[in-house]
Design a protein around this ligand. Structure first.
Ligand code: DX5
Ligand code: ZN
Length: 224
């Protein structure tokens, strides 16, 4: 089980301290939301921020590109220190070549599926990905409510993973708190992005510990 606090919910005036806070919390991954003001109606931060955090942190940098033209950004994020780069299946024709490009730079490749998009859209790419991200809110903003209709998509992605004997991580992102994380773990998720649910807590370490123990218990129940 991997817990990935999302820096989008951090204090933007104190990225360095916030990244250290995430690392001290015991979470393994730092989720970095990149928004271009076009694919989603918001702008976050770019490769320079990722690059400046890289020497301060040993966490796995999970870069989520919510961008219409990721091809012009992949190299910058790879050089900035991303460990995994996730693009969106909604980009259509370009998906396969983008995934290939990410892998060719020596990075893990992720594929994200928005709430209105059928999970079947991701099926042709499953053998190419290290991570499948089922969005559980419409991307663009932190602090939104979890969309329950996403759960069958997580279940389907887990069934495919088992049937095809694939190893991709199954990540959920958006509205993840202790309750919704448990629901997602029961459905088969193993990687939990949470912005306001973790950065919003005064004691992030306790929150990470609690989320981890909840999802671990749920997934143990699921395999029984
Ligand atoms: C949504 C982003 C999420 C966001 C989640 O557009 O992709 O990663 O940071 O924030 P919360 O956990 O607050 O819903
Ligand atoms: Zn995200």
């Amino acid at each position: 089980m991997i817990i990935a606090p999302s820096l989008l919910a951090a204090d933007f005036g104190r990225f360095a301290e916030e990244a250290r806070r995430a690392e001290r919390s015991g979470a393994e991954w730092l989720h970095l939301d990149i928004m271009d003001g076009h694919f989603v109606p918001n702008i976050s931060f770019g490769p320079a921020v990722v690059q400046s955090l890289r020497p301060l942190s040993r966490m796995f940098f999970d870069v989520h590109l919510m961008c219409s033209r990721p091809e012009i950004l992949l190299e910058s994020f790879a050089k900035a220190g991303a460990d995994c780069i996730t693009i969106h299946v909604e980009l259509g024709d370009q998906v396969s070549s983008l995934l290939w490009k990410i892998k060719s730079m020596g990075k893990k490749a992720g594929l994200a599926v928005n709430p209105p998009t059928a999970i079947s859209m991701a099926k042709p790419y499953l053998s190419q990905v290290d991570l499948l991200l089922v969005m559980t809110v419409n991307p663009g903003f932190g602090g939104q409510s979890f969309i329950e209709e996403s759960l069958p998509k997580v279940q389907q992605a887990e069934v495919w993973r088992r049937q095809k004997n694939l190893k991709y991580r199954l990540e959920v992102d958006g509205g993840i708190n202790f309750v919704t994380a448990a629901e997602c773990a029961r459905a088969g998720a193993d990687t939990f992005v949470s912005g306001t649910g973790l950065f919003g807590q005064r004691n992030m370490k306790a929150a990470v510990r609690k989320m981890r123990s909840i999802v671990t218990a749920q997934s143990a129940d699921r395999v029984k």
